[in-house]
Design a protein around this ligand. Sequence first.
Ligand code: ADP
Length: 307
Amino acid sequence: MKNIYFIGECMVELRAMSAATLHQSFAGDVYNSAVYLKRCFPQVTTSVVTALGQDNLSKKMLERFESEQINTQLVFAHDTKVPGMYYIETDEHGERSFIYWRNDSAAKKVVDFLDADALEQLSQGDMFFFSGISLAIIEESAREHFWKVVEQLKDAGVKIVFDPNYRARLWNSVEETKEQYHLAFTLADITLPGVEDLTTLYDVHSVEAVVEYLKPYQIEEIVVKNGPESVVTKEGDTLQSHTIIPVTNVVDTTSAGDAFNGVYLGARLSDKSISSAVQLAAKAAGAVIQQPGAIAPKDIFQLAMVE
Ligand code: ADP
């Protein structure tokens, strides 16, 4: 059985439904990817590595992970911290706005829980995934330990997977981000950047420029996403462009990239070729953006995937 670990943060989501009603759910890039991977590839053991608290919302979040068949052995419970939270509101023009409470979340402490036992378990994995958001939320004082863990996993033969998923507000400076991303690209075996993310950081404006930018790094598999535009992959020296069928009725693009990542990696772990992995991933992302919120209802999603 193949095995993938997603490290990062899942938050409590509060969505404004009307002036007096909030709908509560859970979301976060690595969790979203884990959900879609597991829904499409139930045979792949899919784990989220994070820290929650001892509170009731943390318990409900853990139950939600379990209801999505996500392995929670490396979901830790911090003594005093609680999960991060965000509020999302959509105005009459369909524009979304967010408010976050995540600066003191339990997930920021996740690296403190990565002891020898956790490392032993992670070393048994086939893939270890982190995103730019995972890197941003890890406390500065824990970075050294985090990179040691990643190096040890790579040495143990675990494939290191990185999605830059850049969120400027989570970083102190662009220099700091670039320094961390340089370490990530240096260790990554697979990377799944979106053009937009790298445009802000490295002034690269096309998939070709992204591929060129990443050339000096020894990354085996590069998958460049570009919204409804074609996906470009590079495996060794083989460059391929994959056509995406644009979705006309886009409802909410939240987690398009996350769904893409999860399903792509699930497909690769299930020995699918790069082209069929991209097609499946694009189909999943296309289904997700036709539903509001990060996590599409399971039945609607499954139906879209078999069509
Ligand atoms: P991110 O969420 O990481 O910014 P993108 O916006 O590039 O990622 O989208 C990720 C994937 O979602 C794309 O590669 C594509 O497969 C799919 N996607 C995004 N927007 C559309 C769209 N309008 N129509 C069809 N597919 C889309």
